[in-house]
Design a binder for this molecule. Structure first.
Ligand code: SAM
Length: 310
């Protein structure tokens, strides 16, 4: 850590396609780590994040997540190399967790590469059903194929395609009930040392933010056009209201048949209070939740009777 506060803990997501949490806990115990049990508060994560050492906790919000001290490096560990664990920030585990597709369902991952969230979705589906995953970037998609292979994911169909050009009326997508929307954003929630500083000014320029927010709105609107979609998560690793609450508010105004779900009520930081259901949105920050800066909202299609009450 620094003199200014906690450093980001290292989060380890257990890949339940290949192993289970108890086996991973036993593995680390055998390798000289002390298991401190399941955290009961974010304060326990904070304590861990202030110290060095071979100790770890189970997370309190994300069931298959373990939490290690910031100085831990598991990139060379055989569990990582063999795809039994995924090194994924806690906040970025929330979109798939809250999308919660039942085993066997049909899912779209609209902006999927490099695929950490896709692999988490596949684990939730137990590789049953289907994930249609799209990305524009060929290189990132290639990385994604490697990652999914290592993670034992078999239920995906990858396409190097602009999600905005995917036809919602195509019979192929008729059964799609869940969509994860994690579009390009300014990345302003990612610590500076992990980004290129030259990128920073450019990616947070007002005109750039406006372009991003309009793109994010288009992707979300497009997701809402799939005929059977019931639930959609929207997420960014941005701290800007323009890319977060403003996008959600504008989408809700244009799509009265969707509303926000109040998920994870125990999460301490909610959306900025800029519209009536903003409290349903989740925000994440290093100082409050010991994660990267992040934003998540969960939309669901209102049932006919809920609508007629309006
Ligand atoms: N969900 C990914 C994960 O968890 O690993 C991270 C996604 S990243 C924030 C956004 C991705 O959107 C980038 O890989 C980018 O190439 C892709 N993208 C941008 N515009 C797109 C579009 N119109 N259609 C599909 N993908 C797009």
């Amino acid at each position: 850590g620094t003199a200014h506060g906690p450093a980001l803990p290292r989060y380890v997501r257990v890949n339940t396609l290949k192993t289970c949490i108890n086996d991973v806990i036993s593995y680390f115990k055998c390798h000289g780590y002390t298991y401190l049990g399941r955290a009961r508060s974010i304060e326990e994560l904070r304590e861990l994040s202030l110290k060095r050492g071979k100790r770890f906790l189970q997370d309190l919000h994300v069931p298959d997540l373990l939490v290690f001290s910031p100085n831990t490096d598991l990139h060379k560990d055989s569990l990582y190399v063999e795809g039994h664990i995924i090194l994924q920030d806690k906040a970025s585990c929330l979109p798939a967790l809250l999308l919660a597709p039942p085993v066997g369902s049909f899912v779209i991952d609209a902006c999927a590469a490099p695929g950490n969230k896709t692999s988490q979705l596949a684990a939730m589906l137990q590789n049953k059903g289907k994930i249609f995953a799209f990305d524009l970037d060929t290189k990132r998609l290639a990385t994604m194929s490697t990652l999914l292979l290592r993670a034992g994911v078999t239920c995906q169909e990858l396409a190097n395609q602009d999600f905005l050009t995917v036809n919602p009326e195509d019979p192929k997508y008729q059964k799609v009930s869940h969509i994860l929307v994690d579009p390009s954003c300014s990345g302003s929630g990612i610590p500076d040392q992990m980004r290129m500083l030259t990128d920073k000014e450019e990616s947070e320029h007002p005109e750039r933010l406006e372009a991003l927010s309009s793109f994010q709105c288009r992707v979300l609107s497009h997701a809402m056009r799939f005929p059977s979609v019931q639930r959609i998560t929207y997420s960014t690793c941005s701290i800007h209201q323009q890319e977060n609450e403003d996008v959600v508010r504008s989408i809700l105004e244009q799509n009265s048949h969707f509303s926000l779900l109040d998920e994870l009520p125990s999460w301490p930081i909610r959306g900025l209070n800029t519209f009536p259901s903003s409290n349903c949105c989740l925000r994440a920050t290093l100082s409050d939740t010991l994660t990267n800066g992040f934003f998540v909202a969960v939309f669901h299609r209102q049932k006919q009777d809920e609508l007629s009450k309006l």
